[in-house]
Ligand binder design. Structure first.
Ligand code: GDD
Ligand code: MG
Length: 374
């Protein structure tokens, strides 16, 4: 869909600009994030940010400010001015990370919106099917200072808890609660907001600020209207290797939709230039990157195999990441693990339970049955 058609679908929402926070270091995804910022890791065949930009463009957003900090050049080298994504992209790079609130404030200096205009804000690592037009409509109907997209999760402790009243008015913010008593709801901040532009301009500009720990609680303390909209559709934070693999597989399988997936929904996505043996079994939403090879009798399930990697004959790769140019030797088993760029897992080895093999590391054949909980 061209941006003009997309915009025409939502002509009166009055929202055209968004800020995407992509400055985090992605520490929990190391070693994959040593050279590549988390939002640029390939998810269902393209950098994760491409899915978010497509989602924004599909909702009628025409201009996105990317709030970068860690490795900003990786974003600009891929996306340029955004024209391939049907969007005008502007980069704002923090020399020293300013936190989520400080990052929003710093990015906002590139906005063209007026003080009363709504501005979308996205965390750069959340995969969801959120209905953006209805989130914006709700923001406009309630005339809130900020409207938050909320979701419900079984274990909210790793997120920001956001209890609301029956009308959706936000009552409190409890970021990463430390004690069981603080777990007062299963509703969490799902990482997407609509801000009144003037409210962003109130965030201090000269120091790091957390939107979750400072901006939102301050707005409540001032008696401002902050509203939460619970959406029980698909939602995933791609902060860990296992959730990153899960998100990629879910996009390939069509459990969540993105117009940026470079292929039809199906059991696997084999990118142009990949070579998969007819006797190999590639399923569970696996992606085989360009120039990657999968040998005879090999099995790849629910995994991301990046460009130029090689899965040799009869190897098994289950729910794992095999990064660019890495090699998994014959009959080796890699389960729930991360094999970083250029690493070699020699024939017959077995990796399980969250093992992480660092870039260029070599495990000699039949040397190890490696298992770790880190
Ligand atoms: N520009 C910029 N500068 N971006 C940043 C910075 C910064 O200093 N710090 C973090 N970010 C970006 C990250 O790249 C990520 O896209 C987003 O802000 C959120 O940071 P995470 O580090 O992923 O936070 P989290 O997952 O622990 O928690 C946040 O997201 C949860 C939902 O996934 C919070 O917003 C929670 O309240 C929320 O529940
Ligand atoms: Mg996150």
């Amino acid at each position: 869909m061209s941006s003009s058609i997309a915009a025409a679908l939502v002509p009166d929402l009055g929202i055209v600009e968004a800020i995407m926070l992509v400055g985090g270091k992605g520490t929990r995804l190391r070693p994959l994030t040593i050279n590549t910022p988390k939002p640029m890791l390939p998810v269902a065949g393209v950098p994760f940010t491409a899915h978010q930009l497509a989602q924004a463009a599909d909702a009628g957003v025409t201009r996105v400010i990317l709030g970068t900090s860690y490795r900003p050049e990786v974003f600009s080298a891929y996306f340029g001015d955004g024209s391939d994504m049907r969007i005008e992209l502007v980069y704002r790079t923090e020399e020293v990370p300013l936190g989520t609130g400080g990052g929003i404030r710093f990015a906002a200096e590139a906005l063209e919106s007026g003080p009363d205009d709504p501005v979308l804000v996205f965390n750069g690592d959340v995969l969801s099917g959120v209905d953006l037009p209805s989130l914006i409509k709700s923001h406009q109907d309630t005339q809130a200072a900020v409207t938050l997209f909320l979701t419900r999760v079984a274990d909210p402790s790793a997120f920001g808890l956001v209890p609301t009243d029956a009308q959706g008015a936000v009552l409190d913010f409890l970021e990463k609660p430390q004690t069981p008593e603080e777990i007062v709801t299963d509703q969490i901040n799902a990482g997407c907001y609509v801000f009144q532009r003037s409210v962003i301009d109130e965030i201090p500009a000269d120091r790091p600020v957390s939107v979750e720990r400072e901006v939102f609680p301050d707005l409540l303390a001032q008696g401002r209207r902050v509203t939460g909209v619970v959406d029980d559709g698909y939602w995933l934070d791609l902060g860990t290797p296992m959730s990153f693999v899960q998100g990629s597989a879910d996009l390939v399988l069509g459990r969540v939709r993105s117009s940026a997936v470079p292929g039809p929904v199906g059991p696997s996505l084999c990118l142009p230039g990949s070579q998969v043996s007819p006797s190999a079994d590639v399923t569970g939403g696996s992606v085989i990157g360009s120039g990657a090879q999968v040998g005879a009798g090999a099995k790849v399930v629910g995994s991301v195999v990046m460009a130029g990697a090689r899965i040799e004959d009869s190897a098994r790769v289950i729910n794992s990441v095999v990064a660019g140019d890495a090699v998994i030797g014959e009959t080796a088993v890699v389960r729930g693990s991360v094999v970083a760029e250029g690493a070699v897992v020699g024939a017959g080895n077995e990796l399980t339970d969250g093992a992480r093999i660092w870039p260029e590391m070599t495990l000699p054949p039949h040397s190890i049955r490696f298992s770790s909980d880190r």
